[in-house]
Design a protein around this ligand. Structure first.
Ligand code: TPP
Length: 298
């Protein structure tokens, strides 16, 4: 008999309106399996806000506050403060925003919450663009990707700016706990949330989740693609606790980034030299991470 480590309870119901192969419902399920029913989600505009349905249909078993884009972390902190006044100690408050709603639009409120060490969990659902409004580039769009605002024509035009180093920014800002998670690794995803929930202060979870129309992938390959992001080292799984970095998923032999890129239409245009350059950048970034792990644990 296999030993199941993932809680059976489901807090995301059937009938949500996410696209087939979307990573967002999985990330929501894992988050709520880890935190349980005494959780309030606080969601701004983006796919996470709209796939849950329109009243009287609603696909979650926990309450959601639908907030303005810029203030996810501020409102989460406000709810926490209200709970504290009321003496509610057993509930978790989660800010849940997309990458656009975090690294671009909601960054100021998030940084201010870290300054106050607000006792909240902030999950950034990273599908690497503004997907809900039609695949525009965000600060988390990777180098090489096609988006509607980085259109490719005549062998050029794809996104050339690197992903914003949001974890680095928040570590420099003094975050209590930070971790990267990936919907292709549910046990690890749940373990990080469980770890985060008992730490006092602001916790940041950077969750990678594929968007099938935005990444131009076969919905049936969504998890395979997400797993390759970690297996190639493009999206390493690690955490930062008390300033100390550690890998949460060791990848012994990293696969070539080509395997990840070639499954996705958003990278289809890339010539061989661009793929080699992306490989070089990923190797460089991975080495930086290993160095940080070494230095912060000495
Ligand atoms: C202040 C404000 N600016 C712009 C919008 C329009 N808008 C709605 S959803 C969205 C994209 C959200 O992207 P992201 O946060 O990455 O989430 P995703 O849709 O990819 O899950 C935008 C720009 C808005 N609702 N409010």
């Amino acid at each position: 008999m296999p030993k199941f480590t993932i809680p059976k309870e489901e807090y995301v119901c059937k009938g949500h309106s996410a696209c087939p192969g979307c990573g967002t419902p999985l990330a929501l399920r894992y988050t709520l399996k880890a935190l349980g029913k005494r959780t309030v989600l606080n969601i701004p505009a983006g796919c996470g806000g709209v796939i849950l349905g329109v009243w009287p249909s609603y696909a979650l078993k926990v309450p959601v506050v639908d907030n303005a884009f810029e203030c996810t972390a501020a409102i989460a902190d406000g709810i926490r403060a209200g709970f504290d006044v009321l003496g509610v100690k057993d509930a978790y408050v989660v800010g849940w925003a997309g990458d656009g709603g975090t690294v671009d639009i909601g960054l100021q409120a998030l940084s201010a919450a870290v300054d106050r060490n607000a006792n909240i969990i902030y999950v950034m659902l990273d599908n690497e663009a503004y997907m809900n409004t039609g695949i525009q580039k965000s600060g988390c769009t990777p180098i090489g990707a096609w988006t509607t605002t980085t259109p490719v024509a005549n062998g050029k035009g794809w996104n050339t700016s690197p992903k914003k180093r949001i974890m680095e920014m928040l570590v420099a800002n003094g975050i209590a706990y930070g971790a990267t998670v990936n919907v292709a690794y549910p046990e690890d995803f749940i373990a990080r949330l469980r770890e985060a929930k008992d730490i006092k202060g602001t916790k940041f979870i950077h969750a990678l989740a594929p968007c099938t129309p935005g990444w131009r992938i076969d919905p049936r390959k969504s998890i395979e693609v997400a797993r390759l992001a970690t297996q190639t080292g493009i999206f390493p799984l690690y955490k930062v606790e008390n300033g100390k970095y550690s890998l949460t998923k060791e990848i012994k032999n990293r696969k070539p980034v080509r395997e990840y890129l070639r499954l996705q239409g958003r990278f289809r245009h890339l010539p061989e030299e661009a793929i080699n350059e992306i490989q070089r950048l990923v190797d460089e970034e991975y080495a930086r991470l290993l160095k940080k792990i070494k230095e912060t644990n000495e």
